[in-house]
Design a protein around this ligand. Structure first.
Ligand code: FAD
Length: 433
C-alpha cells in the first residue's frame, strides 16, 4: 500500500461508506479500510434502514431492482409486555409504502451493495485489514494510519474515523475516551428462517410489506432492556438490547434471553417452528448527547457510532451514521480542495452536524438516557401494572366495574405509588420535551 491517497476512511459501515461516496464523486482519491472479509460481514443491526438519508446520496435507490430491500415497513407497533401477556399500540398506513419511509435489510447484503456503489464512484475498498494505529506528525496533526499489513502505513491529507462504537483505535490514540459500560447496550439478535409466504401470513402484511415491533417490559431479566421484532422477506429478526453494565451482573446469558423471548405468548406465534439462521451480538452507543466526543481535530473527523450518535428513543442509528458520514465527506472535499485540513478549518463540520437533525435530536433527548438507566419502574413495574390493569378489566368474574377500579387503584398505589408515578411522568416529559 505505498500509493498515497487524499482521504483515508477507517470502517466500511454506513457512516464510512457514505463519506467515501460523497468524496470520491467530487474527485477526491479515497480509500476505505475495512477489517471484515467484506463490508457488512462484521456488522449487525435489527434491519431497519431509513430511506430519507440514503436518498440524499442515492436518489430513488429503492427503485433499483438490485437494492437488497427485504420489506417496506407500513406497520409499526409498540408493545408493553409482562411475563404472560402484552398490550400493543400501532400505526399502519399505505402512505409509507410508495415512496417507502423505512425498509428492512440484512446488513451483510446491504453493506456489500452500498460498497459496490462506492466502488462505482471510484473508491478503493481494502477488506480484511485492521487499522492499528493513528499516524501523527511532530505537531500532533493526524497524517495517516498504520494497518496490520506489511508496509501498511497509509499517508493522506485527512482521515475519517467511522470504525463503530467500541473504537479501541481512537482510545489508544487519545482521540476518544474509553466508553463506559453504562453508556453502551449489548444487543443480541437472532434471525429466524420461515418462508416468505409464512412471514406475510403470520404478520398480516401485504406481500413485500412488513411490520416492526419495539417491545418494552419485564422480558430482560430485570435489566433496562428493549426487544425488537422486525420482518424481513422470509425471516424474522428478534433481538434484545440491555445495558452492558447490567448484562455483566445478570445471571442469564444473551442466548437464554432470546430463547425466553421466543416463548413469550405474544412472540411465539410469529416465530414458532422457524430455524435459527444467524445469531449475533454487538455494541450500541446509548449514552446520548453527553457522551458525544469532539467530532474533529487536526487532520481528522469522526462520524456515526464512533461519535456515539444513536437516538435511543426512536431506535435510529443508521440514518445518523449516514448523515454524519455525508457531512464528513462534504467537509473532506472542501478541506482537501482548499488545502487546509487544520483543526480550525475542520470545525465547520462540527457546526454542520450541530445544525443537522442529528445533533438537534441528540440534544433534545439529552436527559433521556439518564431517565432510562437503572430504572426498573419503566422496564418492569409499569408494564406489569398496565398488564394487571387490562387483565382485571377484561376478566369477567362477577365483580362490578367499580370494584375493579378500586382493585386497580390499590394495585397502582401498592406497586408504584401515585406520587412516584407523577414524578416519573414529569421526568419523562422533561426528558423528551
Ligand atoms: C442489534 C442492533 C440492532 C440495531 N438496529 C438498528 C436499526 O434497526 N436501525 C438503525 O438505524 N440502527 C440500528 N442499530 C444501530 C446501527 O447498527 C448503527 O448505528 C450503525 O451501524 C452505525 O454505523 P457506523 O458506520 O457508524 O458503524 P458500524 O456499522 O459499526 O461500522 C463500523 C465499521 O468499521 C469497521 N472497523 C472497526 N474497527 C476497525 C479497524 N480498526 N480497522 C478497520 N475497520 C474497522 C467494522 O468492521 C465496521 O464495518 C442497531 C445496532 C445493533 C447492535
Amino acid at each position: 500500500m505505498e500509493e498515497t491517497f487524499d482521504l483515508v476512511i477507517v470502517g466500511g459501515g454506513p457512516a464510512g461508506m457514505s463519506a467515501a461516496i460523497v468524496a470520491a464523486r467530487a474527485g477526491i482519491k479515497t480509500i476505505v479500510i475495512e477489517r471484515g472479509e467484506f463490508p457488512g460481514s462484521k456488522n449487525v443491526y435489527g434491519g431497519v434502514v431509513y430511506v430519507h438519508e440514503i436518498e440524499k446520496i442515492l436518489p430513488d435507490f429503492w427503485k433499483d431492482k438490485t437494492a437488497p430491500i427485504e420489506r417496506v415497513i407500513t406497520d409499526s407497533r409498540i408493545v408493553f409486555a409482562n411475563d404472560h401477556g402484552a398490550m400493543q399500540v400501532g400505526y399502519k398506513t399505505d402512505r409509507f409504502s410508495d415512496p417507502p419511509n423505512v425498509i428492512t435489510t440484512h446488513r451483510a447484503k446491504w453493506d456489500r451493495w452500498y460498497a459496490n456503489k462506492a466502488k462505482e464512484a471510484g473508491v478503493l475498498i481494502v477488506n480484511n485489514t485492521v487499522v492499528e494505529e493513528v499516524l501523527r506528525e511532530s505537531t500532533g496533526k493526524v497524517i495517516g494510519v498504520r494497518t496490520g499489513r506489511p508496509d501498511g502505513d497509509l499517508h493522506c491529507k485527512l482521515v475519517i474515523f467511522a470504525d463503530g462504537a467500541q473504537s479501541p483505535l481512537l482510545v489508544r490514540a487519545g482521540i476518544r475516551k474509553e466508553v463506559k459500560a453504562e453508556h453502551v447496550a449489548l444487543s443480541v439478535k437472532e434471525t429466524i428462517q420461515l418462508s416468505e409466504e409464512e412471514v406475510t401470513k403470520r404478520f398480516g402484511a401485504k406481500p413485500g410489506e412488513g411490520v416492526t415491533f419495539e417491545i418494552l417490559g419485564s422480558l430482560a431479566d430485570k435489566m433496562d432492556g428493549v426487544a425488537i421484532m422486525y420482518t424481513n422477506k422470509d425471516t424474522v429478526s428478534l433481538g434484545i438490547g440491555a445495558n452492558l453494565e447490567q448484562w455483566k451482573k445478570s445471571k442469564v446469558t444473551p442466548y437464554e434471553m432470546i430463547d425466553k423471548l421466543k416463548e413469550h405468548p405474544m412472540i411465539k406465534p410469529f416465530v414458532d417452528g422457524g430455524q435459527t439462521k444467524e445469531y449475533v451480538a454487538h455494541w450500541l452507543p446509548e449514552g446520548g448527547y453527553d457522551t458525544i466526543p469532539k467530532l474533529y481535530g487536526n487532520g481528522y473527523l469522526l462520524c456515526g457510532d464512533t461519535a456515539m450518535l444513536f437516538n435511543a428513543l426512536h431506535r435510529e442509528g443508521t440514518n445518523l451514521a449516514q448523515e454524519t458520514g455525508r457531512l464528513a465527506g462534504e467537509m473532506a472535499v472542501k478541506a482537501i480542495k482548499e488545502g487546509d485540513t487544520s483543526e480550525r478549518a475542520l470545525s465547520e463540520y462540527d457546526a454542520n452536524v450541530k445544525n443537522s437533525f442529528v445533533l438537534r435530536d441528540m440534544r433534545k433527548y439529552r436527559k433521556f438516557p439518564h431517565l432510562l438507566f437503572n430504572n426498573p419502574m419503566i422496564f418492569q413495574t409499569l408494564p406489569d401494572v398496565v398488564g394487571d390493569m387490562i387483565e382485571e378489566m377484561l376478566l369477567v368474574d362477577g365483580k362490578s366495574k367499580k370494584e375493579k377500579q378500586k382493585i386497580i387503584v390499590r394495585n397502582i398505589r401498592k406497586k408504584v405509588g401515585l406520587y412516584r408515578l407523577m414524578g416519573l411522568a414529569w421526568r419523562a416529559w422533561r426528558s423528551v420535551k
